[in-house]
Design a binder for this molecule. Structure first.
Ligand code: HEC
Length: 88
């Protein structure tokens, strides 16, 4: 293997590993909660709440109405995390 090829292989490896880690972080409910739900109030605010899945869905809809930025995909992951972790 010549040097250029070896270098290219290393770069490609670092790049794909980095991208995979990022994609995973994006779809981690706990990370989403820390990143997206601590913009206007501390993330301690949602963490102090205990709600049913339906209540979490309407709370997150309300937060989106206030300006919380989450995609449809992230919303699903976040709701799943909230409903399982912060339940009555
Ligand atoms: C654009 C600002 C903003 C963002 C981003 C935001 N919130 Fe809020 N949140 C508020 C405001 C303002 C209040 C207090 C007024 C109210 O309850 O409507 C609040 C209150 C709350 C409450 C307490 C009231 C209740 O219904 O139990 C919870 C829980 C909550 N937020 C959860 C979240 C979650 C989960 C996220 C992430 C998806 C989030 N918030 C992101 C603005 C925001």
């Amino acid at each position: 293997m010549n040097k250029t090829l070896l270098f290219g292989t290393i770069i490609a490896f670092v790049f794909t590993t980095g991208a995979a880690t990022l994609a995973q972080a994006e779809l981690d409910g706990a990370a989403l909660l820390e990143q997206r739900c601590s913009v206007c109030h501390p993330s301690a605010r949602p963490k102090a709440a205990k709600k049913s899945p339906e209540q979490w869905a309407s709370t997150v809809t309300r937060m989106q109405g206030k300006g919380a930025k989450i995609s449809e995909e992230e919303r699903k992951v976040l709701l799943d995390h909230l409903s399982k972790t912060y339940k009555p």
